[in-house]
Design a binder for this molecule. Structure first.
Ligand SMILES: *[C@@H]1O[C@H](CO)[C@@H](O)[C@H](O)[C@H]1NC(C)=O
Ligand SMILES: *[C@@H]1O[C@H](CO)[C@@H](O)[C@H](O)[C@H]1NC(C)=O
Ligand SMILES: *[C@@H]1O[C@H](CO)[C@@H](O)[C@H](O)[C@H]1NC(C)=O
Ligand SMILES: *[C@@H]1O[C@H](CO)[C@@H](O)[C@H](O)[C@H]1NC(C)=O
Length: 459
């Protein structure tokens, strides 16, 4: 019987024996040491543990606390100088002292949280640095087994490919497309968003999946730094109050001084908030009224509600929702939005075959429906919309980590674009509400009970 042996280069020395019973036995003597697979898998495990320890969530926590402090300190300074002005030689204003005492308490809470976060980070950094040193040494040890220099050559190839790319790009610099400046937008054309700037679970971590939050673009005097929050507390569909916070840091640490401003003690009932896409503008909350194809305006000062009837055929009661392939967002028939010019409502109607319709909400007693624009984008293929400088933007779901701002409609020119390609890095799968705040150029998103914001970048 013939035995065919493939010569394995110099790696193996092979002896061949023929046993008396016509059997062929090959003896393989490997001149190399066996590859330590177990060691590699330990290194792999340690590396992935290392990755899990340092999440973007941890750095964000620090960032949002810092941002909170950054906003809080000038406020304190202002209040102290106010107090100094009140000094009539002997007595300070009791009221201002009280305000400052509360401010100090809030700041103390922030500093304590910052301290524990920082200490935690220091610990992680030291541990991780040690781990990385160990891993590096271990990998260098393992590299000795690469006798054929496969890894080394791969690395060299990678370097060469990179060099080639740089070379090519150097020869043909990318030509920037020239975009006509949008006349209505003083800051320029909306071009991109940053990564998350604020990311917080707020006062009720994980309690309410649907909601909205943000800032009033036209606040009443003395409420310039206030934030509002609406959570759909009843079956992810309805809410009956707005919760106010006197600053971003109060919202993050969960201290609401004015507390709730209630529309009605029952929920749901007439004038209940239905659906998450609500906005606060000029001291009034605009939202989809309970069981109606209408916009409600709740005046936070007078606690009265006025309604604005939408055209016949408007889809409501969860019949014209925002959706992606996996699910639709309940009761998102009406999306209220704010921009530099005021309040807008985005919805769809039967006669528009489910395409997005956009109307300006004109202020007044009662508010009225202004000019209306019809688009050619199907609402169920969109996950949310917002307005910047009179331009409507729509998002779609790409993956649980990424949402894409893909569409725009310019109300000044009627021009539509379907290929914007601006990506939002999500902190959880779903964005239940999304709105632009013209006061600080932030996009405020409510994502599966988290409050997240992104800075808008203009070109
Ligand atoms: C992997 O981690 C464990 C525990 O953290 C440590 O004892 C071990 O030395 C590490 N091994 C390597 C190869 O880095
Ligand atoms: C930070 O925390 C540590 C340990 O809990 C404590 O010793 C230290 O005084 C704290 N520092 C500040 C500024 O609060
Ligand atoms: C937007 O910003 C991200 C990161 O900040 C960047 O990777 C991306 O290329 C930018 N997109 C555009 C369209 O400029
Ligand atoms: C709320 O009511 C007050 C008092 O009538 C009024 O001055 C204010 O303009 C109202 N706000 C809105 C947004 O209608």
């Amino acid at each position: 019987m013939l035995c065919v042996i493939v010569p394995l280069c110099a790696l193996f020395t092979i002896t061949q024996q023929v046993t008396p019973r016509d059997r062929c036995v090959c003896e393989l003597a490997n001149s190399e040491q066996p590859f330590p697979h177990d060691k590699l898998s330990i290194v792999e495990d340690n590396a992935s543990k290392c990755n899990n320890k340092i999440t973007s969530q941890k750095t964000l926590e620090l960032e949002s606390l810092m941002l909170g402090l950054e906003r809080r300190l000038p406020q304190l300074q202002e209040d102290v100088s106010m107090l100094e002005k009140e000094d009539d030689g002997e007595l300070y204003g009791v009221l201002s002292l009280h305000v400052i005492e509360n401010e100090m308490k809030d700041i103390q809470v922030l500093i304590d949280r910052l301290n524990s976060t920082t200490l935690g980070h220091q610990r992680i950094t030291t541990e991780t640095a040690e781990l990385l040193e160990d891993l590096k040494a271990e990998m260098e040890e393992l590299e000795k087994f690469d006798t054929m220099h496969v890894v080394k050559r791969q690395q060299a190839n990678l370097r060469l490919t990179r060099d080639l790319d740089t070379c090519r790009n150097g020869l043909h610099p990318t030509i920037q497309p020239t975009e006509p400046q949008h006349g209505n937008c003083p800051h320029g054309l909306f071009g991109n968003v940053t990564g998350p700037r604020v990311y917080t679970a707020g006062e009720y971590p994980g309690s309410y999946k649907y909601g909205a939050w943000g800032r009033d673009p036209k606040p009443e005097a003395g409420m310039e730094s206030w934030y509002w929050l609406v959570m759909l507390t009843s079956s992810n569909k309805y809410s009956h109050y707005v919760r106010l916070y006197s600053s971003l840091s109060s919202l993050i640490v969960g201290v609401s001084v004015p507390g709730n401003i209630q529309i009605h003690s029952s929920n749901p009932t007439t004038n209940t908030i239905q659906g998450p896409n609500v906005v606060l503008y000029a001291g009034a909350l605009y939202y989809n009224c309970y069981n109606l194809d209408a916009v409600c305006r709740f005046n936070l000062t007078t606690k009265t509600v006025t309604t604005l009837q939408l055209p016949k055929g408007t889809r409501y009661n969860s019949k014209g929702n925002f959706c992606h392939l996996e699910e639709c967002y309940l009761f998102t028939d009406l999306d209220l939005a704010t921009d530099e010019s005021g309040v807008w409502v985005i919805y769809t109607t039967t006669q528009d075959f489910g395409n997005l319709v956009l109307s300006k909400v004109e202020d007044g007693e009662p508010p009225t429906l202004g000019q209306t624009w019809r688009t050619s984008v199907y609402k169920q293929g969109v996950t949310n919309t917002f307005m910047i400088c009179g331009v409507l933007y729509a998002t779609r779901y790409v993956s649980s980590e990424v949402e894409e701002i893909f569409y725009s409609f310019d109300t000044a020119t009627g021009k539509e674009k379907f290929n914007l390609g601006i990506f939002i890095k999500k902190m959880s799968s779903n964005i239940e509400s999304l709105n632009y705040s013209p006061v600080d150029h932030m996009l405020h998103a409510y994502c599966d009970s988290y409050m997240v914001s992104y800075k808008v970048l203009f070109e």
